[in-house]
Ligand binder design. Structure first.
Ligand SMILES: Cc1cc2nc3c(=O)[nH]c(=O)nc-3n(C[C@H](O)[C@H](O)[C@H](O)COP(=O)(O)OP(=O)(O)OC[C@H]3O[C@@H](n4cnc5c(N)ncnc54)[C@H](O)[C@@H]3O)c2cc1C
Length: 358
């Protein structure tokens, strides 16, 4: 009752947030935690990127076996963030998992052990043998990536929407720039007023007249959900060119593809063939494709997120460009953006929109 009264009495919000994918969700929750009021607008039908994501975080770059960018700071922050909201939402959101990396060549094993000893604590310093992938398939040689896992993205998005709707304001509709009136210390959208506006529209930032100068390089991706009764991957994620992640009840998420043209959310027969060809090289049991989905990852040309204030409009912010890694990066950078807003602390130059001002 008290909450309802509070909600009705709010006519103006501290922040108006456009887009509630992984980025908009994490930023909205971080702002609420910092004591701000928010109004979120999202039409989930416009971009399915977050909804199709596997939600994996992986602190290792497989190509070089190096730590992924800022991993030592980012992994503790993502664990803190999601665990905190597991408590608030009273539901489980993350699963900590090991990523199994398989080897075929002696050189690969030697390189792995060298990296594990010299610089990368996320690589298990040991080569294992005989991983039972199914009753008739054993992986001879493998090792483990530690401190990985996945977020249940669908549950996280729906819990966040419910949380915001019950406490603040949530508009389930398409944002139209024609309805926005913005001055530097106040904005109005239809009948809602706010002090600041933050854009989190994913790859649809390309339609944003205030931020369309950001050099985007979005990448379409496709994934499958398969049913396979013979696989015994209970908690681990298998990585062998593609990832196979267990979802429970003999269901597995398999992905992903990359494509830089034909940027829509439609699954294609070409990518279905590509994924199945790669899958059959990894598993030798029969399976059924249950679902085939696609989305467009929002990426910037230098493959870093874009987080900060508009160069001219001081109450206008962007939180976007998380590419293949929104689950991992967004908690850390939402903390930076909130801290910038509250305390004028510095945003990392690598992600600041100012890097494109020249
Ligand atoms: C196949 C695939 C697998 C992936 N796997 C992983 C993974 O395992 N781990 C990981 O971290 N990342 C993964 N990603 C990447 C991840 O999905 C993205 O980094 C993330 O979803 C980006 O989130 P976002 O909120 O910036 O954008 P989006 O998810 O696109 O969200 C933007 C939201 O804003 C809404 N919107 C846009 N414009 C408007 C408007 N005008 N009015 C109203 N609403 C609007 C959209 O509809 C959408 O709801 C994967 C991506 C793909 C495609």
């Amino acid at each position: 009752m008290e909450e309802q009264l509070q909600k009705n009495s709010v006519t103006s919000f501290d922040f108006f947030i456009v887009g509630q994918g992984i980025a908009g969700s994490i930023l909205s929750l971080s702002l609420i935690e910092a004591g701000f009021s928010v109004c979120v607008i999202d039409n989930a039908k416009l971009s399915s990127c977050s909804a199709v994501a596997a939600g994996i975080w992986n602190p290792v770059v497989f190509k070089r076996l190096s730590k992924s960018w800022l991993a030592d700071d980012i992994v503790p922050e993502l664990l803190r963030f999601y665990s905190h909201f597991e408590t608030i939402f009273e539901t489980s959101l993350i699963t900590k998992r090991i990523i199994i990396k398989t080897f075929t060549e002696l050189q690969e094993k030697e390189f792995w052990l060298k990296k594990a000893v010299s610089e990368n604590g996320y690589l298990e310093n040991k080569i294992y043998t005989n991983y039972n992938l199914s009753n008739n398939q054993i992986i001879d040689s493998y090792s483990k990536v530690l401190e990985a896992g996945n977020l249940n993205v669908i549950d996280f998005l729906s819990q966040t929407k419910k949380y915001i709707s019950e406490r603040f304001n949530y508009l389930d509709e398409t944002f139209s720039f024609n309805e926005l009136k913005n001055e530097d210390d106040e904005g109005i959208y239809k009948n809602i007023s706010f002090k600041n506006i933050i854009f989190c529209e994913g790859h649809l930032i390309s339609n944003n007249p205030f931020f369309n100068w950001i050099p985007n390089k979005p990448a379409k991706g496709e994934v499958l959900i398969i049913k396979c009764n013979d696989l015994i991957l209970e908690n681990d994620i298998l990585n062998k060119g593609i990832f196979i992640m267990p979802l429970g009840n003999s269901l597995y998420k398999v992905g992903a593809t990359y494509q830089w043209d034909k940027l829509d959310d439609l699954p294609t027969s070409d990518k279905l063939i590509e994924l199945e060809t790669r899958l059959k090289q990894v598993i030798h049991c029969s399976y059924e494709v249950i679902k085939h989905e696609a989305g467009v990852r929002p990426s910037v040309i230098d493959r870093r997120p874009i987080v900060g204030v508009h160069p001219k409009h001081k109450n206008m912010f962007v939180f976007n460009g998380f590419g293949t890694k929104a689950v991992m990066l967004a908690p850390y950078f939402s903390k930076q953006l909130v801290s910038f807003i509250k305390n004028k602390s510095i945003i990392l130059a690598d992600v600041n929109p100012a890097r494109f001002m020249n």
